[in-house]
Design a binder for this molecule. Structure first.
Ligand SMILES: NC(=O)C1=CN([C@@H]2O[C@H](COP(=O)(O)OP(=O)(O)OC[C@H]3O[C@@H](n4cnc5c(N)ncnc54)[C@H](O)[C@@H]3O)[C@@H](O)[C@H]2O)C=CC1
Ligand SMILES: O=C(O)CCC(=O)C(=O)O
Length: 415
């Protein structure tokens, strides 16, 4: 069991993948100055070398936190994903080890939606291939395969935060919007739901994907679905790479069943800057390929930097797990004056809470407040204790309880 009760200056924070300055500033404002920031991702072996001394880790989409890395992270007590997607983290392993993972569920959604809107027009006018030709000294002045978006049908798969913003913007430019979602979603504006993915594919001139990476969405757009799209239609994927079967898409673009595609995410994305990007889509006509930059705008990164570091600070200072994607959610008031706060993460099995309370009653300590949240596997209990208390001894006792995953107290300097 790791000892986690530290003063802020001893908490080592590692931020990867060029997380925005706002994160550093926010952490400094919260009293956390031991921060190292790297502009790139680390691969598994590099992570394994460094992770042992890290207490808080910040990543984006390129850093893969496998069970092996997390198991080697003996001091790690929280992870911040400075993005929406958390599929790059083995969330179950993190849970099992008592490590909450936080993300920024909204901050970059507008940026993705704007990119998609731009791409719809670029694709339907064949701008990418025309511009490439002009760059090479060519001059192809032609209206062939070029269309206005006005009056065309946009099919949105996944009508969540991004899908709905795309819907509103596309309608304001004169497109008809249809959408398909597994959850019954309120239609915005004049958008109309489809009862099935097949229905949406059959009626759309452009299909754009905005679903998360789940077992159900893996290979969701394969050979059959691509062939079920209208001849001459376009496909946009700024969701997750594994949603589309790239070889099937490449074949449909080559034989002109589809006229174009804009792809921002790929089943295999280069891990480091030196790795060469390989894809069956490279070199194809009217295919816009971007390096997973849907959410990479200054505005989005600034907002994400602030949002995720605030969540990391809240958890470290206060124990609050609000916004964690793999943990029971506990929103906590500040610790009362004169109280000490203990945090205990455990396997949800009978008798743990009784044993926790016995640690306090056995020392004649008065519990001023207790907050408990459980899910079928995990329990998270926060205990505020009155008066003088030997924090280190109590924390040691709490750590001996069978089923304990993490136990710490809030260092007095943090209150
Ligand atoms: N390219 C980039 O840089 C970025 C990519 N993303 C990706 O975009 C995805 C969507 O983001 P948000 O709209 O914010 O998420 P969201 O959670 O608000 O919306 C996702 C929607 O997909 C629906 N859905 C889930 N499974 C489905 C299925 N099998 N079929 C149809 N609908 C399904 C959900 O019910 C939900 O309405 C993220 O999960 C992330 O992977 C997000 C931000 C940046
Ligand atoms: O900006 C990033 O690193 C990842 C963006 C993304 O895909 C997300 O937020 O889910």
């Amino acid at each position: 069991m790791t000892k986690l009760s530290l003063s802020k200056d001893k908490i080592n924070i590692l931020l990867l993948e060029g997380v925005h300055d706002n994160a550093i500033n926010e952490l400094a404002h919260g009293g956390y100055a031991t921060v190292e920031r790297l502009p790139h991702a680390l691969d598994e072996s590099e992570l394994l070398e460094r992770i042992g001394s890290v207490h808080m880790l910040g990543i984006r989409s390129r850093t893969h936190l496998t069970a092996k890395v997390l198991e080697a992270a003996s001091r790690l007590f929280s992870v911040g994903c400075f993005c929406i997607g958390t599929n790059q983290v083995d969330l179950k392993a993190a849970r099992r080890l008592g490590i909450p993972v936080f993300n920024a569920p909204y901050s970059n959604t507008r940026s993705v939606a704007e990119l998609v809107i731009g791409e719809i027009i670029m694709l339907m006018r064949g701008i990418f291939s025309k511009s490439t030709l002009v760059h090479g000294g060519g001059w192809m002045k032609s209206a062939k395969d070029s269309y206005e978006i006005r009056g065309k049908t946009l099919g949105i798969v996944g009508y969540g935060h991004i899908g709905t913003q795309v819907s509103i913007m596309a309608e304001s430019m004169g497109m008809k919007v249809r959408y398909y979602d597994v959850v019954n979603k309120l239609a915005l504006g004049n958008a109309q739901p489809c009862h099935s993915l097949e229905e949406l594919l059959a009626v759309s001139d452009v299909v754009t994907l905005h679903v998360p990476d789940t077992p159900q969405t893996r290979d969701m757009i394969g050979e059959a679905q691509i062939r079920a799209m209208k001849k001459g239609a376009h496909l946009i994927n700024a969701a997750r790479g594994k949603v589309v079967v790239i070889e099937a898409l490449a074949a449909a673009l080559k034989d002109k069943h589809l006229l174009g595609a804009a792809i921002d995410v790929f089943p295999k994305e280069p891990g480091g800057d030196k790795e060469v990007f390989e894809s069956a889509l490279r070199g194809l006509d009217n295919v816009i390929l971007t390096p997973h930059i849907g959410g990479s705008t200054m505005e989005a990164q600034a907002n994400i930097g602030t949002e995720v570091s605030q969540k990391l600070i809240e958890y470290s200072d206060n124990g609050s797990t609000m916004g964690a994607v793999n943990f029971p959610q506990v929103g906590l008031p500040v610790v009362h004056a004169g109280c000490t706060r203990f945090l205990h993460v455990h396997e949800n099995r009978p008798g743990v809470l009784r044993k926790i309370n016995e640690v306090f009653s056995g020392r004649n300590l008065n519990i001023a407040a207790q907050y408990l949240q459980t899910d079928p596997e995990l329990g998270y209990v926060v205990v505020d204790v009155d008066g003088d208390v030997d924090e280190n001894e109590v924390a040691s006792d709490l750590r001996t309880i069978e089923g304990t995953l993490k136990a710490r107290f809030l260092y007095p300097g943090k209150r």
